[in-house]
Design a protein around this ligand. Sequence first.
Ligand SMILES: [Ca+2]
Ligand SMILES: [Ca+2]
Ligand SMILES: [Ca+2]
Length: 323
Amino acid sequence: MKNKLRAHAVARTEGPSRVFAGLVFIATLGALLLLLLSPNGAVQASQIIHTDTDGDGLVDAQEQVLSLNQNNADTDGDGYSDLEELARHSEPTMVHSTPMPSTVDLALSARGDSGRLVVVYAIYLGDREPSDIQLSMGVLLGGRIGQVPPWYFMREAWMSLHPGHEPGTSVMVVEASLPPNFVHAIGNVSIYGIVEDAQTGTSLAADVVDLGSQSGVVFMRSMPPIRSVTQTGGGAAGGSQPLSGSVYLPIPPGGDGDIPMSWVPGEVCYQKTQVVGAGGGVITHEVVEAECREGWDAYCKTDCSSSIGSTYDTLDPAVLIGG
Ligand SMILES: [Ca+2]
Ligand SMILES: [Ca+2]
Ligand SMILES: [Ca+2]
């Protein structure tokens, strides 16, 4: 391993096909170790907590959002860590779901933490060095790919590097924090990341996390995991059928205490949508079904069903990488 980790964050100023100059974020491995070994695990001026009890690279608070086991680095025991399965889009709680072969992969997630909104970039590097890739970040605002200056993301960024399942492979985590008001002010925000070859600028992998604001709480819109097959939801579409829509996971800035009292614990707002528009990589969805579903370690907004008929935009990761 090289003695330096380099993550190059560049901003998009025109469109997904353009690469632009930007901030270069460099942290030495020594500095990272110092940060990781700090007594309280907190490494940021913003006091975001990076306690990772099982050492799999996903901090406890993020595992809670994703309903993973914060005391087990490999929740399903298939040999791939929870972090690697997140980065490579397999199901971390199902032993028969393991990553598809890939060279580089990326997954975005998010959580609320210490009054901040933390965006997590889980990057499967394969056998590449961190310095071999650069990370582009941006935001979809009002149907257009926004110009978010890289310093806005990276001024409070945090990185760590972890071994992958196959020998010589690794998985990198980059976390960047934002003020939640960023989402509250806009309503629906798609944050994207693109992993590029640092030498050629070629896009290698892309992913998007969709965030929304409801009643002063930030939500992360997430595909229902495969494990929801075994969860019996409420309503006629529950039972043993896989959920085909998305779930709206609340990620309050300071933990459970920020959830309005009226919201239902142990449930999640499930939405089924249909695509009503697409163009330039932007996909417009309309909510056609919405109801609280049981069996989740989350909360369901009481008026979940009132979102029926509403629309939101997201980005197509395939378009981001030129697919
Ligand atoms: Ca962990
Ligand atoms: Ca874990
Ligand atoms: Ca696993």
